[in-house]
Design a protein around this ligand. Structure first.
Ligand SMILES: Nc1ncnc2c1ncn2[C@@H]1O[C@H](COP(=O)(O)OP(=O)(O)OP(=O)(O)O)[C@@H](O)[C@H]1O
Ligand SMILES: [Mg+2]
Ligand SMILES: [Zn+2]
Length: 445
């Protein structure tokens, strides 16, 4: 079965979601026969860079192009280019595996030959362009400066700053377009279109699609891949529970329990909660982010606002607990949490690839394995900070502000005997780990 992300790759500029600024400029250039010789498409993963490059190549070579500059999308040439099949005139290269000066010289020489027929354009789409070496760029400099007629280069990259560093002179010869992250509402709308186009009585809850969109962190490819996985995960409509299962997301009731124990000042329950998280193989970074999001919603609700973008279950929890938590306390908790989040990130234990929350992470995590893997990704170092968050609240004192490496004060405080035993253990474990220079050893039980 063909992946949804490939099956629903847009065929016209007008179908590119959230990149209207790019689509309008390219369409106009094609319509007026003013296409540039070199483009740089920069932007995050899965937002339409390669797609836009292919649509541009289709438009330049389509026999039935509209006056507005859109390709027909169905002729032989369009179809070949759209699927990325071998085409005499449109060549896609991956700079990751063709990065050297010889590859660039080869490309330069091939570009010197005219397109297969008078009417056609030669288009070179170079993906991962930041991987090209300085020498490779130098070899391309000349051809970009005085390009043969009807040759267009499109360089696509997720890391334009690397090109700025290694090949600044190139940039002045390219027209640069910055692709945007795609907002959750636009992603949900697209997912709905795809589900409708798939037919077969597929149904999906709005909640579930929002969850997918959120986890995709602005990338349409990731959103479609998750939808693919959720669809193959089971029968029936796409529900929040199914999405959560596939993404390994933390269930709402865990956040509910967090709110309860904080509201009712129930320290021993912290450990049961952490145990549950560990048992479920939850990603602690994920939990801390989710806890932050929940608390921000509580804060907003407490101030009379209406939090948006939550699942119904979470919304209900927020409504229930907001009146019982004073906004200044929530702010204090948020401060501690954000520090804990920073610590997890910097220790590389959040299961993310260093990017923003969401992003490729969902996909990455699913690639690296299930709960057992996730557990080992989580560091005992969090032991200290997660306790500090809760205890700071419960003790009514200002949050401890641990530096990245400092030990929060609470585990050694005699004021909280119940917690001390467990905390000492967690802290001792993380001390031992740090002393032995190991990170990410996980909390083993
Ligand atoms: N703006 C968009 N509108 C509609 N669909 C999109 C958009 N961007 C991406 N997609 C979907 O995601 C898939 C992958 O997009 P594409 O290959 O263009 O991403 P990319 O920006 O080149 O990513 P990468 O940096 O990983 O190469 C497309 O086949 C399409 O289904
Ligand atoms: Mg690409
Ligand atoms: Zn066509």
């Amino acid at each position: 079965m063909i992946a949804l992300a490939r099956k629903y790759r847009p065929k016209r500029f007008a179908d590119l979601v959230a990149q209207d600024h790019v689509a309008a400029a390219l369409r106009g250039a094609v319509a007026q026969n003013r296409a540039a010789h070199g483009y740089l498409f920069a932007g995050p993963r899965g937002v339409g860079k390669t797609t836009a490059a292919r649509i541009l190549a289709m438009a330049l070579n389509c026999e039935r192009r509209t006056d507005a500059g859109e390709p027909c999308g169905v002729c032989g040439s369009c179809t070949r280019i759209w699927v990325g099949a071998a085409d005499l005139d449109v060549v896609e290269l991956d700079a990751a595996s063709n990065r050297g000066v010889d590859d660039a010289r080869d490309l330069r020489e091939r570009a010197m030959y005219a397109a297969s027929t008078e009417a056609r354009f030669k288009v070179y789409i170079v993906d991962e362009a930041h991987m090209l070496t300085r020498e490779a760029w130098n070899a391309l400099l000349k051809v970009l400066e005085e390009p043969p007629p009807r040759v267009v280069f499109v360089f696509a990259t997720t890391e334009p700053q690397k090109i700025v560093q290694s090949a600044a002179p190139i940039l002045s010869r390219l027209q640069r377009f910055d692709f945007r992250r795609i907002g959750p509402h636009a992603i949900v709308a697209r997912l709905k279109e795809v589900i409708a186009a798939e037919g077969g009585g597929l149904a999906a809850a709005d909640d579930a699609l929002h969850l997918i969109a959120k986890s995709a962190g602005g990338g349409m490819r990731d959103a479609l891949s998750v939808l693919d996985q959720v669809l193959s995960f089971g029968e029936g409509p796409v529900t929040v529970a199914r999405v959560r299962e596939v993404l390994g997301l933390i269930a709402d009731d865990i956040y509910g329990e967090m709110l309860r124990l904080v509201t009712e000042r129930d320290p021993p329950a912290v450990f049961a909660l952490v145990d549950r998280l560990m048992e479920a193989g939850a990603d602690l970074g994920e939990f801390v982010s989710g806890a932050g999001e929940t608390l921000r919603a509580v804060l907003l609700a407490g101030l009379g606002g209406e939090p948006a973008g939550l699942t119904e279950g979470l919304q209900e929890l927020v409504r229930r607990y907001a009146p019982r938590l004073a906004p200044p306390d929530v702010v204090r908790l948020l401060t501690v949490l954000s520090e804990a989040e920073g610590q997890i990130r910097s220790s590389g234990n959040d299961g993310a690839d260093g990017g923003a929350r969401g992003g490729d992470r969902g996909v990455e995590r699913r690639r690296t394995g299930g709960p057992a893997d996730r557990r080992t990704e989580s560091s005992g170092r969090l032991g200290a900070s997660r306790c500090s968050a809760v205890f700071a609240y419960q003790s009514g004192r200002p949050a401890v502000r641990p530096s990245a490496r400092a030990r929060p004060a609470h585990p050694r405080s005699p004021a909280r005997p119940v917690a001390a035993g467990r905390c000492r253990r967690a802290c001792a474990e993380s001390d031992a780990r740090r002393a032995s220079g190991r990170h990410g050893g996980g909390l083993r039980r």
